[in-house]
Ligand binder design. Sequence first.
Ligand SMILES: Nc1ncnc2c1ncn2[C@@H]1O[C@H](COP(=O)(O)OP(=O)(O)OP(=O)(O)O)[C@@H](O)[C@H]1O
Ligand SMILES: [Mg+2]
Length: 236
Amino acid sequence: MAGIELKNIQKKYSVENRVINVLNGINLQIPRESITVILGRSGCGKTTLLRIVGGLEDADAGEMECDVEHKTTFVFQESRLMPWLNVWDNVKFGLKKQECDKMVIQSIIDTVGLHGFEKAYPNQLSGGMQQRTAIARALAYNPSFIMMDEPFAALDYFTREQMQKELIRLQRDRGVSILFVTHSIDEALLLGHKIVVIEGGQIKAEFMLKADNKERNLLEPEFIELKKNIIERLDL
Ligand SMILES: Nc1ncnc2c1ncn2[C@@H]1O[C@H](COP(=O)(O)OP(=O)(O)OP(=O)(O)O)[C@@H](O)[C@H]1O
Ligand SMILES: [Mg+2]
């Protein structure tokens, strides 16, 4: 399965004469039409890697190859909504007039559980609701590639679980490609077709998981084993 290929990606930042080597030679294949999860502790370079893949940031060295032109969109760690627009207008923000299908927008708003809040402004929403609006905005754009940077971190356990299921369904139904950043091992195990563990600016391990339609039960022995394996690789 082709997709995006990263070859020897390097990135460093300088902060007050101190050089931080964030990415130290990342070689990674991101398969098309599946969920690739980047997993690693805070500050290990996950967001930096996502921004480089999404073209928001340049690498210092290395190459990136892409087999097809993707329609890419982001869901960031924070919601980044327009405070002067209500939920409905935030969701359709960025769409051309001819792309605004009211039924589609309504169904996306329903999917993220914001039915009845279409007219609410961001400052009238909880943090989780703001983040769900941002997710709806990304979906309305009908992307072929979604970059998601810890998109569910602000959500409570139940909403998070519901959104994870929705994301799996969406990926399956629309065949989108997703690059998903998290520091939650359980979230990685629930969502990932491929899990990439990053530590010290390098890929420590990669795990391929079965892409069947079965809902995963993390209490099953294979997932417990995988979790132990990941924890070992993260040097926890
Ligand atoms: N624009 C920047 N200028 C200087 N340093 C930066 C910049 N962006 C990131 N860094 C540094 O790069 C390192 C990796 O940051 P990054 O945001 O990629 O981490 P992360 O894995 O996404 O962490 P988190 O899980 O906390 O979001 C950090 O040490 C950070 O201080
Ligand atoms: Mg980050």
